[in-house]
Write a protein that binds this ligand. Structure first.
Ligand SMILES: [Zn+2]
Length: 126
């Protein structure tokens, strides 16, 4: 045994993106003033995604505002409206809208999907 295990190139990038997403999420939910920091982490995550040529998970992508890159949190910085079986998310920071088709009855918002609940990151206090 040489101790060299087959490196999974994609895994590390994915873990980092996952971590950054969690940090961004924690910051965005904490309070509004931390939103700028949250956007910073989303940017980092998207940069890793580009560098490692890994696409962000569709559910993750859905929660990121196209306009200002902030994490869209229903009731926090985003208004959710139901329009003709379509969900319209409006970012309250930049006004960008996203529309989701509700045809898929199994569609489950990211926040409500138990699979996406990962352990809470201990941010510490600063
Ligand atoms: Zn926005």
């Amino acid at each position: 045994m040489s101790g060299i295990s087959k490196k999974c190139v994609g895994k590390e990038g994915f873990q980092r993106m996952n971590y950054l997403y969690q940090v961004a999420n924690a910051l965005a939910t904490e309070n509004e003033s931390k939103h700028v920091a949250s956007i910073h982490y989303i940017n980092l995550m998207q940069n890793i995604s580009k560098k490692t040529v890994q696409r962000l998970d569709i559910d993750t992508k859905r929660t990121i505002c196209k306009g200002c890159k902030s994490l869209l949190l229903a009731g926090v910085n985003c208004k959710v409206r139901l329009k003709k079986k379509r969900l319209q998310w409006t970012c309250t920071l930049c006004g960008q809208t996203k529309t989701f088709d509700m045809k898929d009855k199994n569609y489950c918002p990211w926040q409500q999907n138990p699979d996406s609940v990962v352990q809470v990151v201990d941010m510490g206090t600063d």
